[in-house]
Design a binder for this molecule. Structure first.
Ligand code: PMP
Length: 355
């Protein structure tokens, strides 16, 4: 069971299909690694990937779905270049802090709330925010992958242009896309392999982009060319098409996936809450991530023993991010309930041995 934070576990049925197709696509006769991005096959693939994302998230009229490269980190620069002005930021962990720091290299960027002094354990309440109506946009990170802090669905602040880094909870639950000016996500947690970044942007936001940006850093280039201005990451987009097809037709959409994710996370948070202090959860309950469950034990030595013994039992990738230590269980869409059950029962056994 692969609890890695990303690249992360993918649905076995998707891996099997990609393996079957790898050497020669049925009916096409070449590999998805060697086929032209201008081929009818790939036009179908990118069209399906977009249609699946639109269907899963019920993307309203007036939004474009784009496929880019450069990772979510490149969006930390593209957003300020394209949207301009002073940006407001809600800093709930390392990734929103990086988005702020990168925006500040190019434009003026201001934290409208910063959870650093509290150790990034929560998202702010509405009254904590010091919003400024003059901000060109407000940037949030819907799920902090390192700290395990996630905005509860629907609790995000309102702004005329709300921008969201949704890299680590993309497609994990229903989202009201109409609240956002722009959403972006690297694919490598819930949507596919590394190499492609998905951007969903409202058309009026595209109209504000200043002329003169480098073409590949201008969202309009992707919107005007169906994300085919230059060679896109063909194989990564192909896997995104397979994963989103699986989500639609095997899982039954984001309502079903969201319920499944709540059940999985609930098993682990239940163990943390009932451990009598052995497992110390990082985030406050209202801000707990359904994707990255973070906790620590009473000492770094116990953390290390926990990770070592879990790894020996086939539970991989549980070491917390190097910047914060502790334990992190990333339980993205494709990590099955039985994997989480195996971890929960390992936690029970470890607690009995070390309690
Ligand atoms: N934002 C978040 C929330 C992330 O989790 C990550 C990657 N873990 C990034 C941004 C950076 O993504 P990339 O490595 O694709 O640039």
């Amino acid at each position: 069971m692969n609890f890695s934070a990303g690249p992360a576990t993918l649905p076995p049925a998707v891996l099997e299909e990609a393996r079957r197709d790898l050497v020669s696509l049925p009916g096409v006769g070449v590999s998805p690694l060697e086929i032209s991005h201008r081929s009818p096959w790939f036009e179908g693939v990118i069209g399906e990937a977009e249609a699946n994302v639109r269907d899963l998230l019920a993307v309203p009229e007036g939004y474009r779905v784009l496929f880019l490269q450069g990772g979510a980190s490149m969006q930390f620069s593209m957003v300020p270049m394209n949207l301009g002005g002073t940006s407001g930021h809600v800093v709930t962990g390392s990734w929103s802090g990086k988005a702020l720091a990168e925006a500040a290299r190019l434009r003026s960027a201001v934290a409208r709330w910063d959870g650093r002094d509290e150790g990034y354990v929560r998202v702010p309440a509405a009254e904590d925010l010091r919003l400024d109506a003059g901000d060109a946009y407000l940037h949030i990170t819907s799920n902090e992958t390192i700290h395990g802090v996630e905005w509860p669905a629907g609790a995000e602040p309102a702004a005329s242009v709300l921008v969201c880094d949704t890299s680590s909870d993309f497609l994990s639950r229903p989202v009201d896309v109409g609240r956002y000016g722009l959403l972006y996500a690297g694919a490598q947690k819930n949507a596919g392999p590394a190499g492609v970044t998905i951007v969903i942007v409202r058309e009026d936001v595209l109209e504000r982009i200043p002329d003169g940006l480098p073409r590949l850093l201008d969202y309009r280039t992707y919107a005007e060319h169906g994300s085919l201005y230059n060679t896109p990451p063909v194989f990564a987009i192909y896997v995104v098409a397979l994963v989103t097809r699986w989500l639609r037709h095997e899982v039954g959409g984001l309502g079903a996936q969201g319920a499944h994710n709540r059940e999985k996370a609930g098993l682990l948070y239940g163990r943390i809450d009932d451990s009598g202090g052995l497992y110390r959860g990082h985030a406050v309950p209202d801000s707990r991530s359904l994707m990255n469950v973070t906790w620590r034990l009473p000492s770094p030595e116990l953390d290390a023993r926990f990770v070592g013994e879990a790894t020996a039992e086939g539970l991989m990738g549980l070491k917390g991010h190097r910047s914060v230590g502790g334990i992190r269980a990333s339980i993205y869409n494709a990590l099955p309930l039985e994997g989480v059950r195996a971890l929960a029962s390992f936690m029970d056994g470890f607690a009995r041995r070390n309690g």
